[in-house]
Design a protein around this ligand. Structure first.
Ligand code: PLP
Length: 399
């Protein structure tokens, strides 16, 4: 009986190792847990809360839309969807947008669209997608195959076929991997989960040239890097190398689950009625928030401000590296997608930061991600780094 009660008191799957703190309220870069502790949130729900907690314009958008209409299905026109799509089209390489609910779904959409493009061009055998070691594209069966990481694939049956992986930064291996079955190259402009590893601009341009040379598609996974996180609306803009397809999610909803995939006209053309769909994707409630996020992020000067904040953060992080050379060795990243490369287990340093009520997020390759909201204040950056300083000092003293 006791055992049954215990099980009943823990009804959730055991898939997460959670920090024992429950946030109940937030404002900007701050969150309060149920015990009244005030946390400085430099994790932003893993690069999701682009405008921090409870941004007044997002709250107002949800409140207004919630009293009007939430959901009609994609069997009807959805005005907010057309508006958000048009704004994304106007601001990017894309001509067409499909809305869904998450990053993995956006990637699935890109994969399907790339395959369908070649199917429609009478090349149905051209379905393979080349990806890079260290990539993370989501947790569905196709996206774990795309990411290629054994720890996510193990125990889930045969790996979905049609994905070939090459080492990160190995141009020769990449060229050798392209064959008659290749449909596309899929890449994160900065590997997020993989440890904040940027692809240099000249390499993105090189990928574009390689794709053009072989008549294959270039797909960017901007689920983590998109919507202003790097100081650009989408990270690829800095390189000038536009993709054919792009997946976006996380920051687009500012905390509301929204994903989307963007494509050029030609690439989207074969996706005719019946080829793809979703029940929830792009509903009126979600679109009201997505439009409110873009109202802020596309305002004149907003992205310049993100770049300025990033400069300040980078400088403060470099000071921490100078002060604690035994704990951290480098600062990685672009814009407000930044990280410390740790010399001791990153999880232990994240725990030390939690003890100072500072939220940061571990990533692969022993990196600690620092992901403040895009509208973070200078004083909050300084406060966060003061907490890192205290956390590292305590950690060092106890080591
Ligand atoms: N792609 C990238 C680059 C990501 O960082 C993530 C999530 O962390 C995903 C895809 C998957 O997104 P979601 O968890 O919303 O399915």
């Amino acid at each position: 009986m006791e055992q049954a009660l215990n099980q009943a008191s823990d009804p959730l799957f055991g898939t997460y190792n959670r920090t024992p703190a429950a946030m109940v309220r937030g404002k900007g870069a701050w969150a309060w847990d149920k015990n009244g502790n005030k946390w400085l949130d430099f994790g932003s729900g893993i690069a999701v809360n682009s405008l921090g907690h409870a941004h007044p314009r997002l709250v107002e958008a949800v409140r207004k839309q919630a009293g009007e209409i939430w959901h009609t299905s994609n069997l009807f026109e959805i005005e907010g969807q057309t508006r958000l799509a048009q704004r994304l089209v106007d601001a990017t390489f894309a001509d067409k947008v499909f809305f869904c609910n998450s990053g993995a779904e956006a990637l699935e959409g890109c994969i399907k669209t790339a395959r369908r493009y070649f199917y429609d061009a009478d090349q149905p055998d051209r379905y393979e997608i080349i990806t890079f070691e260290g990539a993370f594209h989501g947790r569905t069966l196709a996206t774990i195959a795309a990411g290629g990481q054994q720890k996510y694939l193990e125990g889930f049956g045969p790996k979905a076929s049609g994905f070939t992986q090459v080492p990160f930064g190995d141009h020769e291996a990449l060229k050798a991997a392209i064959g008659p079955q290749t449909a596309a190259i899929l890449v994160e402009p900065i590997q997020g989960e993989g440890g904040v590893r940027p692809v240099p601009d000249q390499c993105l341009r090189g990928l574009r040239e390689l794709c053009d040379e072989h008549g294959i598609l270039l797909i960017y996974d901007e689920v983590q890097t998109g919507v202003g996180r790097t100081g650009w609306l989408y990270a690829y803009e800095k390189s000038g190398a536009a993709p054919d397809l792009l997946a976006t999610a996380k920051g687009l909803g500012g905390g509301f689950p929204i994903g989307a995939f963007l494509a050029t006209e030609a690439v989207a053309a074969p996706m005719v009625p019946g080829t793809h769909g979703t029940t929830f994707g792009g509903n009126a409630l979600a679109m009201s928030v997505g439009n409110a996020v873009l109202d802020v992020v596309l305002e004149d000067g907003f992205l310049d401000m993100v770049r300025q904040k990033a400069g300040r953060l980078r400088q403060r992080m470099a000071q921490i590296v100078d002060t604690y050379p035994d704990l951290v060795e480098a600062v990685y990243g672009e814009g407000l997608l930044s990280g410390f490369k740790a010399k001791v287990p990153a999880g232990q340093l994240v725990a030390a930061m939690h003890a100072e009520h500072l939220i940061t997020i571990p990533a692969g390759a022993n990196v600690i991600r620092i992901l403040p909201p895009l509208n973070v204040e200078d004083a909050e950056i300084d406060e966060a780094m003061a907490r890192v300083d205290r956390a590292f000092s305590t950690f060092q003293a106890s080591a």
